[in-house]
Design a protein. Structure first.
Length: 557
């Protein structure tokens, strides 16, 4: 080819690539504009979401914690007046109580049952703000995902433009070179780079940016499923999540929501399938992987649970909470590998101590997840030990490799976790030397009074009829020292009620008997709710005694 013909061809190629470069520049500008628009949408939704939640929570707090509680209080005062023989006072309180019904929609149909005086709290919360907040959160998440998608495209187009600019430079340079070999090299390399950038740009352009907001029926189904799950209507929630997935097969959040519904129904295998699908669709987070490990544990698939848990710790070393490590330790114990389980628990407890030490050195608060991990780790050990003894619960007894070893190892691990939680919370350090003090014969009794309101004794039992108004803890002790701190924690139906906590600076001497009032009759209508009450007593942050009692249902009397 003559030099003149080569230059003409080169001019045509340069003009063609200039057109392509102009097109890519337009695509980059358009992607940037769409990125900005989605970003503004996400910001607006985030602001509206926070405002809607704050306003909704404020409204519900007033309606339930103020208006409804005042309504109940007037009823109690009316009953107290009636019990004292003050009929006129009781009537006045009754009229005042009726006037409170007008204070809030929560005390109107369909939320209020006048016969039982109970409210449908979950339904009210859903109608006031939770439905809207859940919908707005999905729209915000969708807008943020769209912004990320267009931002990635815009940045990728910049790379394309850079490559095309270099290719145009090489082609232009080749037109100024007289030597055929270098000119050929520059031309081939320039055309190759231009072709690569053009194909890449076309592939980028052809990749769609999915916007969930364009599928409102899927969002509505997801919102419906979330609200139903909050109200423990798990079968209906599964149907709603399935509808959302039918509309948008890649709806990651719907798979996660449906998995939790299946878990609450005890269908762990199906729940695991949904979580794996969510992970394959990009929902790979520490919580999702950790939840899968937990479900595999409940299903008795301990090797898989351990492997999945370790994956969470390896992929997310900074965000995977202690509960993941404690779940690994729990699976090791269930598998019969007691020493490995003990070592894993020790690693987790050492991490908890280090986390508290680091937070204190920075003057920061302790993350709430740390206390949750320690307490839930202890509770899970209690549950596993009970399964090993009673064959009731998940994982199934037949999947446990050595139930006897579990029963023997669990108590010490439970105490270590509880002691650490209390010592870190109250003293900011791990437990000290083993206790020398002992508490024995822990009992619970309703105090009995004489005519002068002096305590004459206790009705000792572990089961009390409904209507009991006071409760004391009684025990013998030895080895105590004045100035030591004694902490009492009370769990009602498995959950600690912090209002029952008592922190006592000991002044009862070295040995003897002691009575701690747990609950007192602060009004003439107060009774202990029907439930199981589990009591722990700690000395200087270490558990020294535990026991419990039950208050029967009224109809059982």
């Amino acid at each position: 080819m003559s030099d003149e013909n080569f230059k003409k061809l080169l001019s045509i190629l340069i003009a063609f690539l200039t057109v392509i470069t102009t097109g890519v520049a337009f695509l980059q500008s358009d992607a940037g504009s769409r990125d900005d628009r989605a970003g503004r949408d996400a910001t607006r939704l985030a602001i509206e979401l926070v405002g809607r939640r704050v306003n909704g929570e404020t409204r519900v707090n007033f309606d339930y914690d103020e208006a409804y509680q005042k309504y109940l209080e007037m009823g109690i005062l009316a009953l107290a007046a009636q019990n004292r023989g003050d009929s006129a006072g009781s009537n006045r309180y009754g009229l005042l109580q009726e006037s409170f019904l007008k204070l809030s929609p929560i005390m109107q149909p369909p939320y209020f049952d006048p016969e039982t005086e109970e409210v449908d709290y979950n339904r009210y919360v859903a109608d006031v703000y939770l439905t809207d907040v859940t919908r707005m959160n999905e729209q915000y998440t969708a807008a943020a995902a769209v912004k990320d998608g267009w931002d990635t495209k815009a940045n990728t187009y910049i790379v394309h433009l850079t490559i095309l600019a270099v290719s145009l430079f090489l082609l232009g340079l080749s037109a100024t070179i007289e030597m055929s070999r270098p000119r050929l090299i520059f031309t081939v390399v320039g055309l190759g780079m231009a072709l690569f950038a053009t194909v890449w740009a076309f592939a980028t352009y052809s990749t769609p940016i999915f916007d969930l907001r364009e599928q409102p029926e899927a969002i509505e189904a997801f919102v419906n499923g979330t609200i139903l799950a909050e109200d423990a209507q798990h079968e209906a929630a599964i149907e709603a999540f399935t509808t959302a997935i039918g509309v948008v097969p890649d709806y990651t959040a719907a798979y996660i929501g449906r998995s939790l519904a299946y878990e609450n129904l005890g269908d762990y295998e199906t729940a695991i399938v949904d979580l794996k699908q969510a992970r394959s669709l990009g929902g790979e987070t520490a919580n999702v992987i950790g939840e899968q490990a937990w479900l595999e544990y409940l299903a008795g698939r301990f090797d898989e649970s351990i492997a999945t848990g370790r994956t969470a710790l390896e992929l997310y070393p900074d965000s995977a909470d202690l509960w993941v490590r404690f779940d690994i330790a729990l699976a090791l114990l269930a598998k019969g590998e007691v020493e490995l389980a003990q070592a894993e628990y020790k690693v987790g407890m050492d991490q908890a101590v280090q986390a508290v030490t680091d937070a204190q050195s920075r003057g920061e608060g302790i993350p709430s997840g740390l206390w949750y991990s320690l307490i839930s780790g202890s509770d899970d050990l209690v549950e596993l030990s009970l399964i090993a003894q009673t064959a009731d619960g998940d994982p199934p007894l037949e999947t446990l490799q050595d139930p006897e070893a579990i029963v023997q190892a669990a108590p010490d691990l439970i105490n270590q976790l509880r002691n650490l939680a209390v010592s870190l919370e109250f003293y900011g350090r791990p437990p000290g030397a083993p206790l020398t003090a002992t508490i024995e014969n822990l009992e619970f009794g309703e105090p009995q009074y004489d005519a002068d309101e002096n305590v004459t004794g206790h009705n000792i039992s572990d089961e009390f009829e409904y209507g009991v108004t006071e409760m004391d803890a009684l025990f013998n002790y030895t080895g105590m020292k004045d100035g030591q701190e004694l902490l009492v924690k009370v769990y009602i139906d498995g959950t600690e009620d912090a209002s029952w906590r008592k922190l006592i600076t000991w002044d009862g001497g070295e040995a003897g008997s002691y009575v701690i009032p747990l609950a007192i009759a602060y009004s003439d209508t107060f009774v202990l709710a029907s439930n199981y009450y589990f009591v722990e007593i700690y000395i200087d942050g270490q558990v020294a005694a535990e026991g419990g009692f039950s208050v029967l249902e009224a109809e059982d009397n």
